[in-house]
Design a protein around this ligand. Structure first.
Ligand code: SF4
Length: 294
């Protein structure tokens, strides 16, 4: 993803928006703490609204082009994630409490405002994170509203919480950006702290339902780059007929400072970005299965 720039919508990769934008996905500072001093009554009201999906915890949003799906997109980064990826470049989205309370109606008003840009560019709304499926009721409500507006919808997910995605919600999703973080269960666990199987199950369910998938794989030297790990991802992805592209994303160190700021231990301090040769080898492993690679 790209950093946040001030620019016009036409031809600009990123457009700065107003609240609760607190920076680009790679360059966000800590989010605010609105609501933390609310009374108990306000707090339980807020929780009820979150359960109903009327209110979500949103870290930030931005208007982007050529990432997070086709065309120009409004990408909303939801707060909260069950994974702990060693390379996470948005560790400030891992906890839901770091987000700002935003109503589904407010987010949809914003979607409606950009409808003409979406139409002109073939873009739409992408719900990312963090992990959007941490807040399924909110996501379901926003997706439904976006479809009622005639807007293309995408979610960016690890698939770990795929069981939270109801069939109704799935029917409102045009594209899933499925982050397959490793192909070998032990490498997946080392990389994310969680099990691989839910992601595999969700991908199969998406394919069975005919939902378009873009697979994302982050290539980290010394962590996810073993040929057998990449082969396992590629073999799996090749079994999903609705995958229309694979994105191999080279690891970078842009999130490092956030880990330090949050007081979290960052294990990839000494890891270098992959060499062009390594990236080429991994992309070829996917191409060898007839997959379209970006
Ligand atoms: S799934 Fe995404 S947000 Fe969650 S820890 Fe991994 S990289 Fe970070």
């Amino acid at each position: 993803m790209t950093s946040t720039l001030t620019a016009t919508a036409e031809g600009a990769p990123v457009v700065e928006l107003d609240r609760p934008l607190v920076g680009g996905s790679h360059h966000r500072s800590s989010a605010g703490t609105a609501g933390l001093d609310a009374s108990d009554a306000e707090r339980s009201e807020k929780l009820a609204a979150m359960r109903a999906g009327e209110l979500g915890s949103v870290h930030s949003w931005e208007l982007v082009t050529a990432v997070d799906g086709p065309g120009t997109r409004l990408t909303a980064f939801l707060a909260g994630c069950p994974l702990r990826c060693l390379y996470c470049h948005n560790p400030d989205t891992m906890e839901m409490r770091r987000g700002e309370p935003v109503s589904a109606d407010e987010l949809l008003r914003r979607v409606a405002r950009y409808r003409r840009i979406f139409e002109a560019t073939g873009g739409g709304l992408t719900l990312s994170g963090g992990e959007p499926l941490m807040q399924p009721a909110f996501v379901a409500r926003v997706l439904r509203g976006a479809k009622e507006l005639g807007v293309h919808t995408a979610i960016d997910t690890s698939g770990y919480l795929g069981a939270h995605c109801s069939d109704e919600m799935l029917a409102d999703i045009d594209l899933v950006l499925l982050d397959v973080k490793s192909g070998l269960p032990e490498t997946y666990r080392r990389t994310t702290g969680r099990d691989l199987q839910p992601t595999l199950d969700f991908g199969r369910r998406l394919a069975a339902s005919g939902t378009e998938i873009w697979v994302r794989f982050v290539l980290v030297p010394g962590l996810t780059d073993a040929p057998e790990n990449v082969d396992a991802v590629a073999d799996y992805v090749a079994t999903l007929p609705t995958v229309s592209r694979v994105e191999v994303l080279p690891f970078h160190q842009m999130g490092r400072d956030k880990w330090t700021t949050l007081g979290l231990r960052y294990e990839l301090e000494d890891t270098q970005p992959p060499t062009p040769e390594l990236v080429a080898r991994v992309r070829q492993q996917f191409r060898d299965r007839g997959l379209t690679v970006h």
